[in-house]
Design a protein around this ligand. Sequence first.
Ligand SMILES: CC(C)(COP(=O)(O)OP(=O)(O)OC[C@H]1O[C@@H](n2cnc3c(N)ncnc32)[C@H](O)[C@@H]1OP(=O)(O)O)[C@@H](O)C(=O)NCCC(=O)NCCS
Length: 177
Amino acid sequence: MPSASGKSPWFVEPLGKQHDRAAFACGNETLDRYLKEIASQDARRLVAAPFVAVASTAPKNILGYYMLSAFGIDLGSLPAEVARKLPTYPVVPATLLGRLAVDQRCRGQGIGEFLLIDALHRAYAQSSQIAAVAVVVDAIDAQAVRFYRHFNFLLFPETPDRLFLPMRTIRNMFQRI
Ligand SMILES: CC(C)(COP(=O)(O)OP(=O)(O)OC[C@H]1O[C@@H](n2cnc3c(N)ncnc32)[C@H](O)[C@@H]1OP(=O)(O)O)[C@@H](O)C(=O)NCCC(=O)NCCS
């Protein structure tokens, strides 16, 4: 994975009124509709925080987006070897990366990875103030599961479309940079 701070033609910022949500098309109607109709409402209601990637040359065009929220993992839903290393609280804190999508016109350029690294870095930075043992992702379909598996996310044994990356792994990733 690349560094979160290296030079890039893109940057990530909170979704704002200046961004052209209507033009976004990732090929998945649920994810498109979410950005167009619900993301700002969720932000206003403090349910989720939306972030978008834009190019410095065209800062209104949304290249991709992701959402972050606080989350609780049932200890029993984790693989036994992971749960064993945690205290026996019924629920442990995590950060949820609920959605992540890239406009289909700019796939394959590294924007998905750029967004994912940014989300992981943001979750890691927050975890020193508000603890989280992992970043959890909800994958929209089998291809999305493969995308997250490509970045070493682990499976919840009973929930095939939900995956996680331990914060220890994320910390090691950023401490090496
Ligand atoms: C999945 C998605 C975010 C990937 O975005 P992208 O910008 O095309 O991906 P990138 O160019 O950053 O690819 C980064 C790496 O991931 C790999 N990758 C991309 N999509 C992949 C997939 N579906 N399965 C496995 N690997 C994948 C690439 O091959 C690349 O690997 P490399 O660096 O080893 O060459 C994008 O296709 C998308 O928005 N899909 C629809 C929505 C979706 O599935 N969201 C996922 C979570 S809900």
